[in-house]
Design a protein around this ligand. Structure first.
Ligand code: SME
Length: 160
């Protein structure tokens, strides 16, 4: 495998287009889910320099912190709580332009200004929430939704 992630392009769309095949190559031939998630998250963090990129697993009636990169985060989030819990409950992508305006937002870092959460499905149910935080307000839109939903499909296709 390659030694590091090299993201080409100037627009975010171009950067994502350059990142996606590298992420697909990273997970090819590896069947351990945690190892693959750790590398996918590392590649996005390194390639895009967001504040925080990580995942929470559905465990019982809570989300529990999984692989991530960025500041330390809260370990458990209840069903429907915060942006991640709402993503799990609604089973849909949530884009938050200003975290201070999202009722019940859970602030893990004061540096986080906007956020995108994506549900990842297994057997028709949410089994994981992919969460990304930005240092800038209104940093996420349709380009990011498309990219992260593509990442969710990659994760859904992984063994383990
Ligand atoms: N802000 C999230 C909590 C997780 S951290 O951002 C890493 C939420 O409201 O669910």
């Amino acid at each position: 495998m390659s030694e590091s992630i090299l993201v080409e392009g100037t627009t975010r769309e171009e950067k994502y287009a350059s990142l996606l095949p590298q992420i697909r190559a990273l997970v090819e031939g590896e069947n351990d889910l945690i190892a693959n998630l750790a590398n996918i998250i590392g590649a996005i963090k390194e390639g895009m320099d967001f504040l925080w990129v990580g995942c929470y697993f559905v465990k019982g009636n809570e989300l529990v912190l999984g692989p991530f990169q960025g500041p330390v985060a809260c370990t458990r989030i209840g069903f429907g709580k915060g942006v991640c819990g709402a993503c799990w409950q609604r089973a849909e992508t949530i884009i938050v332009k200003n975290v201070d305006e999202f009722p019940g937002h859970i602030a893990c870092s004061t540096e986080s200004k906007s956020e995108i959460t994506i549900p990842v499905f297994k057997n028709g149910k949410v089994f994981m929430v992919l969460d990304t935080d930005s240092r800038s307000l209104a940093d996420f839109g349709e380009t990011d939704r498309n990219f992260f939903q593509e990442i969710a499909l990659i994760i859904e296709s992984l063994p383990g």
